[in-house]
Design a protein around this ligand. Structure first.
Ligand SMILES: *[C@@H]1O[C@H](CO)[C@@H](O)[C@H](O)[C@H]1NC(C)=O
Length: 188
């Protein structure tokens, strides 16, 4: 009896090991397939319903809250955090157009403190990271927060960054994630 159990135990080892490896492999595949997690951004503002739950949209290199009902308000932000090119800094990629498919980087203009998007060179001139995401929403190191500023009836996004003087007059908002399936929707 004892030798029987011993034999079973020996035989069982390779089987369970390969099954375990298989499951581990599947999990790794799934984790890989899921990464990177794409998300869009919506505003949150406890004091103003107008500035709450509005999607961040991109237009003409600037970012706005979509407070309108217009489908031409801009291109909806949709992206993920990844390292900036040739850099250790976590940066924020977003689609900038679906057709033709195009990507850009979200950054803050150092002088105007406007939240903008652009190509690698444009973002490289501004504050392109390190972007982080925590309980307070989208964030950057040494950071105060996002401010929506009215410009010709639209609400443009600005950012107060530590070390940069002067308060930005506007409505303080947070930007929180909502998951999206694809960076660029596949054509049906
Ligand atoms: C802006 O929001 C409105 C209302 O939710 C929606 O109909 C419109 O498609 C949005 N525009 C963009 C560009 O996301």
């Amino acid at each position: 009896m004892a030798s029987m159990i011993g034999l079973l135990a020996v035989m069982a080892i390779p089987v369970t090991t390969s099954v375990a490896q298989g499951i581990k492999g599947d999990r790794e595949e799934k984790a890989k397939a899921k990464l990177p997690p794409y998300f869009t951004l919506f505003s949150e503002c406890k004091t103003s319903p107008l500035h709450s739950h509005k999607q961040l949209v991109l237009r003409d290199n600037n970012c706005y809250l979509n407070t309108t009902s217009s489908p031409t308000a801009g291109h909806p932000f949709g992206g993920y955090i990844r390292l900036f090119i040739n850099s250790e800094t976590p940066a924020l990629v977003t689609s900038t157009s679906f057709d033709p498919p195009a990507l850009g980087w979200l950054y803050v203009d150092k002088e105007t403190r406007r939240v903008k998007y652009g190509n690698r060179a444009e973002a490289g001139e501004g504050l392109f990271g390190p972007w982080t995401y925590d309980a307070f929403g989208l964030n950057m190191e040494d950071w105060y927060g996002f401010v929506a500023v009215e410009e010709d009836g639209e609400w443009a996004m600005y950012a107060e960054v530590k070390g940069q003087e002067g308060k930005i007059e506007g409505v303080n908002v947070r930007l929180v994630q909502e998951p999206i399936e694809e960076l660029i929707p596949t054509k049906k």
